[in-house]
Ligand binder design. Structure first.
Ligand code: PLP
Length: 474
């Protein structure tokens, strides 16, 4: 993919991000503009989203159940957001668009409402959000496929092998891997699934912010996504898809708003989407997500993807020359991918690398296992024996650093200058090592600068420092 002759998107007013110019302190003194290379975990808000939220707040009120004028305005905005989300992913006009908290919530919702007896097929390389919810149902995990062709063969063979019964089948795959960035051939998977009587769920947490999605053209039956990765970090996500399975049983959550009528003995559930949106909805989050979808659509996801592909190519070129830099992939190097690279640098611990980039260079990346333990263990060649030892240690309540890696990821605010600053920092680290002292914090088992003279910003809220490293994210 190559960017068109249009002016570059970076710097375009429409795609301005909140906090793009924020200065952060360095342990070595002074400040620098924060270089955000952590979009894959969570992305900053679009200014357009922020402005829309601020405007809506003046009209904010309860939705659906209020006759007040502000309730009517808020309800219209909430329902409008649903349509913006549908348009963004080219959902069918009769698909349910359910506002959730995030991708994890969306996939758990689907897992919790599948018709009884559904057979699920998922790959071991998925993010835990698309791995763990299926454990409570019958799931067949397939090994991480070495090539796209092998992946298709595995799906076909497994579907053919499933009992030929009336039970529904679901294939659950990622749209783009949060570890390798590799984009999965969704139209091919959908065709194969449908030919074999199955439906397709796509975890689009990483795909939606970086590439166009067309549920109708590609035959995607269900799609899950998160607002906080799509420049709308206001706590909403969405599940879009076929209605019948989502109304085949009781709702995932039970409560107000999900019903038509209740007696002590009987509950008559509402139709979709209300049936799956029990409790007071996140109006602000939904509207933020809807505005993000409209803003990105107006620029064109094709254009965004093309520019990101060019920047990723530049990053790969720059980083290839850095001593000890090794990035991970499963599929061939030329396979299309979203803008991220998961890597290690020789023998340097991944968390030390992340700490040095932050403390000395003002660069934010992610490190760890990225909520994809089976895939990471495969990439890091951790064998079964070692895996069992790590499990035993964890069961016994011992702290043990897991094998892991660092990840840089690009987004709308990323520039060539950011990538170059990152490559320069890695080159300096490779040549001279850290310029500060770092120690392992016994509570978190992670490297931290010692001393750390950086003060957190003074924000208008109570701040309690949380030891990072507990639990894992994105
Ligand atoms: C591929 C993928 N799927 C699912 C998720 C879960 O997203 P969320 O934490 O927004 O639910 C993530 C988060 O990083 C992800 O990268």
């Amino acid at each position: 993919m190559t960017a068109t002759h249009q002016a570059p998107l970076h710097g375009s007013d429409l795609l301005r991000l909140v906090g793009a110019e924020t200065e952060v302190p360095l342990v070595t003194g002074g400040t620098r503009r924060y270089v955000n290379l952590d979009y894959a975990a969570s992305a900053p808000a679009l200014q357009a989203v922020h402005d829309a939220v601020e405007e809506l707040l003046g009209w904010y009120s309860s939705v659906h159940r209020g006759a007040g004028f502000k309730s009517r305005a808020s309800t219209a905005a909430y329902e409008g957001a649903r349509e913006s989300i549908r348009r963004f992913v080219h959902g069918r006009h009769d698909d349910a668009v359910i506002i959730t908290r995030n991708t994890t919530d969306s996939i758990n919702l689907l897992a919790g409402t599948l018709p009884a007896g559904t057979h699920v097929i998922a790959f071991a390389g998925e993010h835990h959000a698309n791995l763990l919810p299926w454990k409570r149902i019958g799931v067949r995990y397939l090994p991480v496929p070495e090539t796209p062709a092998e992946m298709l063969e595995q799906i076909e063979a497994t579907l053919r092998d499933l009992p030929r019964c009336e039970d529904p089948h679901l294939v659950a795959v990622t749209g783009a891997s949060n570890v390798t960035g590799e984009i999965w051939p969704l139209a091919d998977i959908a065709r194969l699934a449908h030919d074999n009587g199955a439906r397709l769920l796509v975890d689009a947490a990483q795909l939606a912010p970086h590439a166009p999605i067309d549920m109708q053209r590609d035959g995607i039956d269900y799609l899950a996504m998160s607002g906080h990765k799509l420049y709308a970090p206001y706590g909403a996500g969405a599940l879009i898809g076929e209605r019948d399975w989502l109304i085949s049983g009781d709702p995932f959550l039970r409560g107000g708003g999900a019903v038509k009528l209740v007696t002590v003995d009987e509950t008559l559930w509402a139709d979709l989407p209300d049936r799956q949106e029990a409790g007071s909805p996140n109006v602000i989050g939904a509207v933020a997500l809807g505005v993000a979808c409209d803003t990105l659509s107006s620029v064109g996801m094709d254009r965004i993807a093309a520019e990101e592909a060019d920047l990723l190519a530049h990053a790969r070129e720059q980083l290839a020359g850095v001593d000890g830099f090794e990035h991970y992939r499963v599929w061939p190097a030329e396979h299309p991918r979203v803008g991220l690279l998961t890597f290690n640098m020789g023998e340097m611990p991944y968390d030390l690398l992340a700490a040095v980039l932050s403390a000395e260079h003002g660069i934010g990346i992610r490190h760890g296992c990225f909520c994809a333990h089976p895939l990471m263990m495969r990439l890091l060649r951790v064998d079964d024996g070692e895996m069992h030892r790590l499990l035993d240690e964890a069961r016994a309540g011992h702290h043990e650093r897991l094998p892991g890696a660092a990840r840089m990821s690009l987004g709308l605010g990323s520039t060539t200058a950011d990538v170059d600053a990152f490559a320069d920092a890695l080159r300096a680290i490779a040549a001279d090592g850290p310029r500060w002292t770092y120690v392992v914090n016994p509570d978190t088992d992670e490297y931290e600068p010692d001393p750390d003279p950086r003060q957190l910003p003074k924000l208008p809220m109570r701040m309690v420092e949380h030891p990072h490293g507990h639990g894992e994210s994105a």
